[in-house]
Design a protein around this ligand. Sequence first.
Ligand SMILES: [Zn+2]
Length: 228
Amino acid sequence: MKLFKSIFYTSILLSVFSCKTANSNTINSNNIASIKTNEKKQTISVSDTVFENLTDHSKDFILEMKYATNDNFLNSKVYDCASCYLRIKTIKSLIKANEEFLKKGYRIKLFDCYRPLDVQKKMWKIVPNATYVANPKRGSIHNRGGAVDITIVDKQGNELDMGTKFDHFGPESSHLFTKLSSDVIKNRKLLKKIMIKNGFESLDSEWWHYNLKDAKKDALSNFSWNCN
Ligand SMILES: [Zn+2]
């Protein structure tokens, strides 16, 4: 048995060694280039959770970042400037969803994307009510770069009727509220269907809010984008 084990381990050792030898013998400039490319690819996949600017990846979205204006339920501008930053994986899924809307003659309009934790604290200071604002101690998926507040617009840029405005805090905003016109129900269903198909989850109480699946596992973040 001992002999068997020793032969077994020796053969493994030899095979590992021979693989290495084979690799080093066959490396030429092309191989080095491909190894470097592989390393680059690895870096890209490892950094799949970094934050990037959505508009650097696609110009097919409409941005109306409400918290960079006073036109929001806080009546207060809490971002220094308007930008839509998200984790790369959120951007990828969002672009796929938008491609489907584009085929139907629509596109996504964004009201909010990644929200730095300090901004969450500002919002909590203005409205310290967990019904409307996530407590910064727990944070929200917006603080993790995995949530978007969105609607759909047509080719002329007109928002589809979703029954309420963005950030309307009432039962009418819920996906479970059914006393709505058939058009509104149809529009909300279209938004939900395509977002879910592309890896997002809806939030029952807010028709405009979508989380990338499993984004709650990502860390809270507090970096701020450059406004210059
Ligand atoms: Zn939201």
